[in-house]
Design a protein around this ligand. Structure first.
Ligand code: NAP
Length: 295
């Protein structure tokens, strides 16, 4: 069998993403010789233990990272600064710290300063997910055929980047390396704004008068149903994503609001060709996604 990339991989956070990595690492055997799980609560670690998806479950952060050659942060991004401050002094020289957070400039801002000299930092974002969370939500196919975006700061050790790239390739993902600011703008439009719209539209429907609200649920057509699936996501994770990609998200929201106003104007004045043109652009984008096997 191929040698594992790491001796001891520590996952800080074992929800949807962390537990999927754990499952894959345990199933393949060529990612890490030992998989260590750490979470905030005993209950989560007890469940990880029951599921048998980690070799070691350790609630104490310092003990968890002891002797690790790779530490992967898989908690909500708002927790990263405190986690990095707590583990920083205990990381072995030559080890790699990586993460799976959905925002990248904030992660570099929050983790970077806490890492001692000689510890490599390779931020990553697997572009795969579902609306479910917790250790039961993970599964081995989650990253298969999906993208994982790496945003190493300038001067990062190329060998460290190569090992994280290899880890995600063994999880089934394709890799793209990009600048963190560019990453944040791209995900603002493809992921963060759609979630913001979904949370908002569900709120709007819920604010309707009793009678109408009942009918919204009873007759929910696929459009509204699709929004409710996205809106079922974890509130803490999304609160942290919005607050940590503030600028890019607000910029995309402003552009969207302008375009929505233009559509409203077309509806008001009966501008059929404007409406048709927009629907056609939507169809083209959907077809392009299907062609790329991303839908
Ligand atoms: P999740 O299912 O809600 O799991 C979060 C995990 O982090 C849990 O094990 C939780 O432990 C732990 N945790 C929470 N707060 C913590 C803290 N302060 N210190 C230590 N551990 C803490 O979340 P997820 O969906 O896997 O998301 C994890 C990360 O992946 C986030 O940064 C998110 O931005 C990123 N991401 C998510 C998706 C997605 O679609 N879900 C996709 C790509 C990337 P307890 O259960 O003990 O609280």
């Amino acid at each position: 069998m191929t040698e594992p990339i790491f001796e001891r991989l520590v996952l800080i956070g074992v929800g949807l993403i962390g537990s999927s990595v754990a499952r894959i690492a345990r199933a393949r055997g060529d990612i890490a010789r030992v998989v260590v799980a750490n979470a905030r609560t005993e209950a989560t670690l007890a469940r990880v233990n029951e599921l048998g998806i980690a070799d070691v479950c350790e609630i104490d952060l310092v003990r968890a990272v002891e002797g690790a050659d790779c530490v992967m942060l898989c908690a909500p991004v708002g927790a990263y600064a405190a986690l990095a401050a707590a583990i920083g002094p205990h990381l072995a020289p030559g080890s790699i710290v990586t993460d799976v957070g959905s925002t990248k400039q904030s992660v570099i801002r929050d983790i970077g300063p806490h890492l001692p000299q000689g510890v490599h930092f390779v931020p990553a974002h697997p572009m795969a997910g579902t609306e479910f969370s917790g250790p039961d939500a993970g599964f081995v196919e989650l990253f298969r055929g999906r993208w994982c975006l790496l945003t190493p700061p300038p001067g990062t050790d190329p060998q460290a980047v190569e090992r994280i790239k290899m880890l995600w390739e063994r999880c089934g993902a394709s890799i793209s390396v990009m600048d963190p600011a560019h990453h944040d703008r791209v995900v603002a439009i493809v992921s963060h704004l759609p979630h913001l719209i979904a949370f908002t539209i569900c709120g709007t429907a819920d604010d309707l008068a009793d009678e109408t609200r009942k009918e919204v649920l009873q007759f929910a057509a696929s459009g509204f149903r699709d929004f409710t699936r996205i809106a079922a996501s974890d509130p803490v994770m999304w609160r942290d994503v919005f607050l940590n990609n503030r600028e890019a998200l607000l910029e995309m929201l402003a552009r969207f609001t302008e375009d929505a106003q233009a559509m409203a104007r077309a509806v008001r004045w009966g501008d059929s060709s404007y409406i048709e043109d927009k629907v056609n652009r939507g169809r083209k984008i959907r077809q392009a996604l299907l062609d790329l096997h991303q839908a």
